[in-house]
Ligand binder design. Structure first.
Ligand code: NAD
Length: 351
């Protein structure tokens, strides 16, 4: 397979690129603008490997996307490039509207022109796979779970921009016959996760003896999935998913934010005992505006239809993630030094 991966220097895109290049022997072109969240060091394992190429470009540049597709001749586009941090979308939504909505429009137009020009098997094979989030569905109460038929109800600038992009993708299928696939996944964690996101922020602040900011009372619930399990789900969808369908992907691992933070503290205390238990570093901070209370995913469709199963439980995955951060300071330390430890976003103000 020849696969064009947008956002392949980011957290999930780099896991997809590694899986495709190192395990599947696919030919991969990563297209990435290298924003603050993109880092070529995240795909260092792929660099120099047979069939791996990198293009530094903005997905909003439709002419460049058209040219990239014409030259690379992909069998599939896996579209992950996005602005992805909810807190940043609240302090400044412009980049989210530009990349997540206009950028997806640009990718769809480039893919439409490319697909229209294909013939025979190449045309039948082509897929445009749009990678999205469960946040488009809004917030759940105590019970229930999101599924492929849940109505959209986005509540943050980030989730609204992703919802808009999902609608565009479906419209390009219905209107122009573009062979699309859409996936909506729950919260990911794992290696190469940018240090501003909850799990790496807590691991690294706890290691450095800094305050561990927890929004509100820490009762918000997220469903966590290891990024390598998400990457395997995405590859199975692009290979075997039914055109025009949506697949929800989740970890069946609902945890309160406070529980996640406490688990990280306890695992770090075992690995690197400090002067005092790290739970003492926890600080409850003013809640995020419009903070969704609970997310949960019913992933029975992808399990039933494509036979996907996650391999890592939250307990084994989080322990492995902590060990990865302990072993890979070369990756995260320079990013932390650029001041992404949470202060910039006001996250360490006590409530
Ligand atoms: P990320 O922020 O780690 O990576 C995004 C990548 O996109 C970066 O490499 C960045 O440089 C690149 N990018 C941004 N704007 C670009 C542009 N205009 N042109 C080209 N490249 C650009 O994000 P992530 O966590 O890896 O998320 C990837 C995708 O998965 C996103 O679409 C996100 O909405 C979705 N998703 C994320 C999660 C999660 O928990 N992180 C869960 C479900 C879905």
């Amino acid at each position: 397979m020849r696969i064009l991966v947008t956002g392949g220097a980011g957290f999930i895109g780099s896991a997809v690129a590694r899986l495709l290049v190192l395990e599947r022997g696919a030919t991969v072109l990563v297209v990435d603008k290298l924003t603050y969240a993109g880092d070529r060091r995240s795909i260092h394992d792929c660099e120099g490997k047979h069939g791996f190429q990198f293009l530094e470009a903005d997905i909003c540049d439709t002419a460049r996307m058209r040219a990239a597709m014409a030259e690379f001749q992909p069998d599939a586009v896996m579209h992950l490039a996005a602005e992805s941090h909810v807190d940043r979308s609240i302090t400044g939504a412009a980049d989210f509207i530009q990349t997540n909505i206009n950028g997806t429009f640009s990718m769809l137009e480039a893919a439409r022109g490319y697909h229209d020009g294909l013939e025979g098997d190449a045309k039948a094979r082509f897929r445009f796979h749009h990678i999205s989030t469960d946040e488009v569905f809004g917030s759940l109460g105590e019970t229930g779970a999101f599924s492929e038929t849940t109505a959209y109800d986005p509540r943050s600038p980030y989730s609204a921009s992703k919802a808009a992009s999902d609608h565009l993708v479906r419209a390009w299928h219905e209107t122009y016959g573009l062979p699309v696939l859409v996936t909506n996944c729950s919260n990911n964690y794992g290696p190469y996760h940018f240090p501003e996101k909850l799990i790496p922020l807590i691991i690294l602040n706890a290691l450095d003896g800094k305050p561990l900011p927890v929004y509100g009372d820490g009762s918000n619930i997220r469903d966590w999935l290891h990024v390598e399990d998400h990457a395997r789900a995405l590859v199975s969808v692009v290979e075997h998913g039914k055109v025009g369908e949506t697949y929800c992907i989740g970890g069946r691992a609902e945890r309160r934010n406070l529980q996640v933070v406490q688990t990280i503290c306890d695992l770090l205390d075992q690995r690197r005992p400090g002067a005092a238990p790290r739970r003492e570093l926890i600080r409850f901070v003013a809640d995020r505006p419009g903070h969704d209370q609970r997310y949960a995913i019913d992933c029975s469709k992808i399990e039933r239809e494509l036979g996907w199963r996650q391999k890592q439980s939250f307990e084994t995955g989080i322990a492995a993630t902590i060990d990865w951060y302990l072993a890979n300071e070369w990756w995260w330390r320079p990013l932390r030094e650029k001041k992404y430890s949470g202060e910039r976003l006001g996250l360490v103000t006590e409530k």
